[in-house]
Write a protein that binds this ligand. Sequence first.
Ligand SMILES: C[S@@+](CC[C@H](N)C(=O)[O-])C[C@H]1O[C@@H](n2cnc3c(N)ncnc32)[C@H](O)[C@@H]1O
Length: 211
Amino acid sequence: MSLFNQEMDQYCSDNSSQLNEVLIALERDTHLKTLAPQMMSGPTQGHLLMTICKMLKPKSIIELGTFTGYASLCMAYSTEDDCKITTIEVNRELQHISQKYFIKSGLDHKITSIQGKAEEYLKHHDQQYDLAFIDAGKQNNRLYFDLLIPRINAGGFILIDNTLWSGKVLYPSKDRMTTLLKAFNQYLTTLDNIRVHILPIRDGLTMIEVL
Ligand SMILES: C[S@@+](CC[C@H](N)C(=O)[O-])C[C@H]1O[C@@H](n2cnc3c(N)ncnc32)[C@H](O)[C@@H]1O
């Protein structure tokens, strides 16, 4: 079961402003060249990321899980020129696509692409960030969150994708991933130093304000 089905996503997309030509071409290329294009944020979530960036005005962003670079580019387009975006992807086969579009956008100077495991990167680097987008291995959400939370500046945000897991979190389940995600969603509600809010768009986007 999906809460936000493809038809609804298409309707929202058709009735929203068009994103620019580079993002449209990247979306098309992702559909042509990857096996799971649905992993890409796409226009609906892309617009949301852009709005968040416009409002928050972050100077430093980290994204875990670049895929073909769609979300990285949305954030690059909607931040000031001195904003630094670090994005980490474990699958080296995808890098030629993301790099091509980062260069095409003319914003590649804002984006540092790291090839490797997000958890390893976070264990060995301790920069501070204004915004984090967690969108890599969903089984590691708790690990990523615990590593990131001390590094988010007060007033900053952590966004986490796919936290409603196609609606499976609503029901009893023995599935390992669903169980992990339900436990993670519940864990966030026990913490004091954050304000957490799950937005039911697409596959669920958790928004966490660091107080
Ligand atoms: C849902 S996609 C990311 C989509 C992208 N953020 C966007 O919005 O278009 C998840 C990506 O995380 C990558 N990934 C999975 N485990 C990872 C890990 N441990 N470290 C870094 N990347 C990982 C996958 O290879 C995949 O490309």
